[in-house]
Ligand binder design. Structure first.
Ligand code: PLP
Length: 426
């Protein structure tokens, strides 16, 4: 039986009782076409599909797996925690350890609350910002994805871009009306908006390195303007670091920017592959949360002991000296190798890396905005994606996603990836 047959059979079976055959839309290969691979196993930098074919994995479960698949220390921590009980719905000591660790690593966090997904973190942070400021309006940027809460599903990047929907059906117009969408990296538009409506803005939420419209970096001027304008107008600055948190560096994107946000959302890496996320920030804001304050937020499985164990084990390893230097070096090596191979072949192509996160673009220059991302050659990406997949390299199945390198990607994996791309570029 060929590779495609087994994956195709599973996809057909999946579509009977699961809408579209997947539990999260981009997994369906809708953007690139073809059949999604069903995975049976992951170890280090590699995954194996239902037919036993091996791939070098640059998706890493969409970011969490900075230590690679099934890291022994994480598996051991999870196993030990599971044997002591899967969930209590009551406080455990390990939650305090994780909260202490997060606040120690990230100076902007005075207090933090644990939740189970990035969507919950951003949705809760926004409710909190509205409750704290007594204002309703929210600013987000075109192409930034902040999870799938109603008020955030407006021009929201990757999954929606992949399917060509600027926004989701089912979001009440009244809810969307309180979300103001501005172009990313456009300082003048931001200044104009604050001049007009500054006193109505509860919060500005941003992906400080956007990773849901491929990878787009915030310019220093944009970063400075977001901090100054929110501060001057009594609005809160929310850094959505669900993707960038402990992925681009040990102090996250806010450390790279030298910025102290009022609230920060974390997820992905902090759960080490388990469902765990968090939001936190200034204590005077966090104290407005129930049970101390009037802003309600809760979760049956919040701070789940097995997820917390995975998070603590992961953060313990990535906070060792030299971790991010090495990860960033390897990611840059990959990007440089791919760029050189494309240049030699005369292919219009560019790359960018930030820590363990990268973007590849079928355009001559790395994009600065959603409009520039949309102008890249999507057909060229789709052909490249399928050729790489065939040759055992698993990239994200969409031109609008960032890629991820783990500490388990060794030089020979990166060299093999570059050599494969060189053959494909021709
Ligand atoms: C993935 C992501 C989310 C949503 O997290 P989920 O765990 O998928 O709900 C929110 N914000 C950003 C920046 C993300 O990358």
């Amino acid at each position: 039986m060929t590779t495609a047959n087994r994956n195709e059979q599973l996809f057909e079976r999946a579509r009977k009782h699961i809408p579209g055959g997947v539990n999260s839309p981009v997994r369906a290969f809708g953007s690139v076409g073809g059949t999604p691979r069903f995975f049976t196993r992951g170890e280090g930098a590699y995954v194996w599909d239902a037919d036993g074919k091996q791939y070098i994995d640059y998706v890493g479960s969409w970011g969490p797996l900075i230590l690679g698949h099934a890291h022994p220390a994480v598996i051991e921590a999870v196993t030990r925690a599971a044997q002591l009980g899967l969930s209590f719905g009551a406080p455990t000591e390990a939650e305090i350890d994780l909260a202490d660790l997060l606040c120690a690593l990230l100076p902007s966090l005075e207090q933090v609350r644990l939740v189970s997904s990035g969507t919950e973190a951003t949705m809760s942070a926004i409710r909190l910002a509205r409750g704290f400021t007594g204002r309703d309006k929210l600013i987000k940027f075109e192409g930034c994805y902040h999870g799938h809460a109603d008020s955030l599903l407006v021009k929201a990047g990757s999954g929606l871009l992949t399917f060509g929907n600027p926004s989701s059906a089912g979001v009440p117009a009244a809810v969307a009306a309180d979300t103001i969408v501005l172009p990313y990296n456009d300082v003048a538009a931001l200044e104009a908006l604050f001049a007009e409506k500054g006193s109505e803005i509860a919060a500005l939420i941003v992906e400080p390195v956007a990773g849901n419209m491929n990878l787009v970096q915030a310019s220093p001027a944009f970063v400075a303007a977001m901090r100054k304008l929110t501060h001057d107008h009594g609005a809160l600055l929310i850094y959505d670091e669900v993707m960038t948190g402990f992925r681009v560096g040990l102090q996250c994107a806010q450390g790279l920017h030298g910025i102290t946000p009022d609230l920060t959302c974390l997820g992905k890496v902090i759960g080490g592959g388990m469902p765990l996320a968090a939001f936190g920030g200034r204590a005077d804001i966090m104290n407005k949360l129930a049970p101390l304050g009037p802003v309600y937020q809760a979760g049956t499985l919040s701070g789940n002991p097995v997820a917390v164990a995975a998070g603590i084990a992961t953060l313990g390893i990535l906070s060792q000296p030299g971790f991010f230097e090495q990860l960033a070096e390897r990611t840059q090596f990959l990007c440089d190798g791919l760029s050189n191979a494309a240049r030699e072949a005369g292919v219009a192509f560019s790359t960018q890396a930030v820590g363990g996160m990268f973007g590849i673009y079928f355009s001559a220059h790395a994009p600065q905005s959603y409009a520039q991302v949309m102008a890249s050659d999507r057909e060229a990406f789709n052909r490249f994606f399928h050729a790489m997949l065939e040759q055992g390299v698993y990239l994200a199945p969409s031109a609008f996603e960032a890629g991820f390198v783990s500490m388990q990607h060794q030089m020979h994996d990166l060299e093999q990836t570059i050599a494969t791309a060189r053959r494909i570029f021709g």
